[in-house]
Design a protein around this ligand. Structure first.
Ligand code: PLP
Length: 385
């Protein structure tokens, strides 16, 4: 830090220069991100709530009410009338809270002190962080030939130490929905906590179903589901950071509560202490602004782009890893190594992401990727050969 104050204009200029190094969503070149530009209305609301702190909710009663309302509202589109939970920083923190709840619950009611969690091989790496922080062992369930969690493998992985089973509604690499109904039954049968990671799919699956898409059930209508991660800062179009953790019952928050002596509340269950109310307010606003109808339209538009890309790729001789269930297309070319293809695309200015399981170029059709960008991409993919 400098000794003397610096003029605001000088500071702003310096920051703008650095900001220019960032890629912009509006260019349509970012193809691998699960985030996108937030809606302007959500950003406007966000700025009005920048000073609110939900870590001390007695001081911000109105904003706390907003968070509660958002959680209830997300819960309702996930088939739960009375949801509990929090708006947190993202899918990672939401998953961490779910696994912490599961671990503490199993410790309290089953006396398990050295627990294990069963996650699919396709799980987001946030579960590795959670297991590391919570001192749990990860047991990976295998995937079936369709890259979805194999129910038999889950069943065979259960031991007396299992504290949670995880399945995914919208996998990070392929956007696939695991057979959650089947896993829910297994979890119920064995009385094991079941968490669904719908960080990506949560803001699209329910709305696609509303307009007739035939997608599997993944939500609280399944008795075994204890919690769901769903991220407003992905397809919800809320500004970063906004993740959501929704619990079926309050008990899962209670088992995480620690005393918070100097605050306006006696206990705190979240991982983060001081935390933004702006994320809750922006999510509240954007959910009201779009309603089910608006989100259905967004989700449908994304799926139309997904189908357009998949069709175009096939016409050019590319191979699709699987038929997309949500707005992700993963592909390869039979005559070129994936990494070589990725390198060529990077050279042409595309920001590419490569999936690991299986290895493939992975395009996430987020809102900033428009039809004209896809046409340019397909042209480049044609010209590469
Ligand atoms: C399925 C899934 N879960 C969790 C996460 C982590 O979310 P975040 O990056 O918001 O922490 C992601 C991120 O893409 C994801 O795809």
């Amino acid at each position: 830090m400098e000794d003397k104050p610096i003029d605001k204009q000088v500071i702003l200029k310096e920051l703008e220069e650095l900001h220019k190094l960032d890629y912009e969503y509006a260019d349509g070149r970012i193809l691998g991100s699960m985030c996108t530009e937030a809606h302007p209305f959500a950003k406007e609301v966000y700025c009005k709530f920048l000073d609110t702190n939900l870590g001390d909710p007695g001081l911000f009663k109105g904003t706390k009410q907003i968070e509660n309302e958002v959680i209830k509202s997300i819960g309702r589109f996930l088939s739960l009338d009375n949801a509990y939970g929090n708006i947190v920083t993202g899918g990672t923190e939401a998953n961490l809270m779910a696994i912490r709840a599961a671990r503490n619950h199993a410790r309290k009611y089953k006396g398990i002190t050295d627990g294990e969690i069963i996650i699919p091989e396709s799980a987001h790496f946030s579960f590795k962080k959670a297991a590391d922080m919570l001192n749990l062992k990860i047991v990976e369930a295998q995937l079936d030939e369709n890259f979805k969690i194999d129910a038999e493998s889950v069943r065979n992985s259960i031991t007396e130490k299992t504290v949670a089973i995880v399945a995914i509604a919208g996998t990070t690499e392929l956007g696939l929905i695991d057979p959650i109904e089947e896993i829910s039954k297994i979890a119920l049968e064995h009385n094991i906590y079941f968490h669904v990671d719908a960080a990506f799919g949560g803001f699209s699956i329910p709305f696609l179903k509303e307009i007739g898409y035939d997608l599997p059930v993944f939500d609280f209508s399944l008795e075994g589901v204890c919690s769901i991660t769903v991220d407003p800062h992905k397809m919800g179009l809320a500004p970063i950071p906004a993740g959501g953790i929704i619990f079926r019952c309050e008990e899962y928050l209670e088992v995480m509560a620690v005393d918070s002596p100097y605050l306006t509340v006696k206990t705190q269950s979240t991982i983060v202490g001081t935390r933004l109310g702006a994320s809750s307010a922006a999510t509240y606003a954007i959910m009201k602004y779009f309603g089910k109808e608006g989100y259905s339209k967004i989700a449908n538009d994304l799926m139309e782009n997904t189908k357009f890309l998949a069709r175009g790729l096939k016409e050019l001789g590319y191979e699709i890893v699987c038929e997309p269930e949500l707005n992700i297309v993963a592909f390869n070319h039979p005559e070129m190594q994936t990494n070589d293809l990725a390198e060529k695309l990077e050279g042409l200015g595309w920001k590419i992401s490569v999936a690991k399981c299986p290895v493939a170029i992975r395009v996430v059709l987020m809102n900033h990727v428009k039809r004209n960008h896809l046409e340019e991409l397909l042209k480049d993919l044609k010209d590469i050969f």
